[in-house]
Design a protein around this ligand. Structure first.
Ligand SMILES: [Fe+2]
Ligand SMILES: [Fe+2]
Length: 147
């Protein structure tokens, strides 16, 4: 499924940026860390918009899935808040970034191991179309992988 392939590629880019940001913090390169966290936020905001307005919206019509989706959306908002307000010179924020990058891996595992596989059997053609449209709206001027 092309959409899922794009989501997974976005996860990989976001976790790579997060990992690089943590390594930049480790060596005290705060300017680099800040730049990487800004790029991570930009990558994730498009990703979240695509997920929340597309796949999550159509899957969330089913109560059973909504129960799992609501906490994922809360996690999006929490990480967004951190990435918008982070002060890389503050040791407390530095440890929040480390924890958040670790938590992002767990968040992504819930999507890639549970929600995405479930979507493949749960959704019909119209729902995939709506999910793809949301992805395109969230990534103006970009093509999907292989498109
Ligand atoms: Fe997510
Ligand atoms: Fe995701």
């Amino acid at each position: 499924m092309p959409l899922i392939r794009d989501y997974i590629a976005e996860h990989e880019r976001a976790t790579n940026l997060g990992g690089d940001a943590v390594r930049a913090l480790d060596r005290g390169d705060l300017a680099k860390a800040e730049q990487l966290l800004t790029a991570m936020g930009a990558e994730l905001r498009c990703h979240w918009q695509g997920e929340e307005n597309g796949l999550f919206a159509v899957m969330g019509r089913d109560e059973l899935f909504a129960e799992h989706i609501d906490p994922l959306v809360r996690e999006h908002r929490e990480l967004d808040e951190l990435l918008r307000t982070v002060d890389v010179t503050d040791p407390v924020d530095q440890s929040r970034v480390r924890a958040a990058v670790f938590a992002l891996h767990e968040h992504i595992a819930k999507e890639e191991d549970s929600l995405f596989p479930a979507s493949l059997t749960a959704l019909g053609g119209d729902e995939w179309d709506a999910s793809m449209q949301a992805w395109h709206a969230a990534h103006p001027g970009h093509a999907m992988i292989g498109e």
